[in-house]
Design a protein. Structure first.
Length: 278
């Protein structure tokens, strides 16, 4: 991997991690179009540690309050009815699906799941699913109305994002809208839900990313990986603030159009042989 490649991919990771457009899909597409190879699933998982660090800092007060309340609630029944205590359990239970599916299909995610035909198709298909959710969802339920059922459904939606092109935030936002949650409520829970899954995935992938590169992939140096992760952190922090403001006042149709346009472009490049699917 070159320094230019590492920096560009760090920027892409930071820009797209929290938007409903699939950061892993964008890293795969960017690598194929501009560098003619695949940075690999492990590179994606590790650089996501940078964007998740942004979540930890941005929501530090919320995370500390929720964690503290959960710990106290293990002993003190009087706090178990609070939203913070329940939210901790919603995040824990909602993380289980992606943990199970990620473990069961780890090899497929790292190989067949990165085929650009699949990435482009899922970008388009789930764009229409997101559009339907935006149109159909009544958005009448705020964070105070969040329930365990919502956490489980959105947890399974997050697990679908193991396929590049689906989008973790896109999947959880779609599920949240279909559950009649407001966009801002769905986005906030999506940020919290991502923390354990992405952090554990990144930590477990640290060793894999430095293994000898397979044909068609690029292995980064330690310095490159650190720089890419730091860049992803800085841009990702700004992206969180922007997205929360945006979803509070705008629909998600802009992202729907973007996903369809990008997916169509990738399909056209594949059909003309301009890029390779694997």
């Amino acid at each position: 991997m070159t320094w230019v490649e590492a920096i560009v991919l760090g920027v892409v990771q930071g820009l797209t991690e929290f938007l409903p457009v699939s950061s892993s899909g964008h890293l795969r597409i960017t690598s194929a179009i501009f560098f003619g190879r695949d940075a690999g699933a492990s590179f994606t998982a590790v650089t996501q540690l940078g964007t998740e660090a942004a979540v930890l800092i941005y929501f530090a007060k919320d995370i500390w309050r929720i964690t503290r309340t959960w710990v106290v609630g293990i002993r003190d029944k009087s706090v178990r009815s609070s939203l913070d205590y329940r939210m901790a359990w919603y995040v824990i239970v909602g993380t289980i699906p992606i943990g199970i599916f990620g473990f069961l299909f780890k090899d497929q995610i790292r190989t067949a799941g990165r085929n650009l035909w699949l990435v482009a198709t899922t970008l388009i298909v789930f764009a229409f699913v997101l559009a339907f959710a935006e149109y159909w969802g009544r958005q009448t339920r705020a964070l105070e109305n969040f329930r365990m059922r919502d956490g489980i459904v959105m947890g399974f939606a997050q697990a679908m994002a193991l396929i590049p092109g689906v989008s973790r935030s896109g999947g959880t936002l779609t599920a949240g809208l279909l559950l009649n949650l407001t966009r801002e409520t769905a986005a906030r829970y999506s940020f919290l839900l991502a923390i354990p899954a992405v952090v554990l995935s990144g930590v477990f992938s640290l060793g894999d990313v430095f293994e000898p590169a397979a044909p068609g992939t690029a292995a980064p140096t330690v310095a490159m990986l650190i720089v890419a992760t730091i860049i992803a952190f800085g841009i990702g922090y700004a992206a969180i603030a922007w997205l929360l403001r945006y979803v509070a006042h705008h629909t998600l149709y802009l992202f729907v159009l973007y996903r369809v346009a990008l997916g169509t472009l990738v399909l056209a490049l594949l059909m003309t042989g301009a890029i390779k699917a694997t």
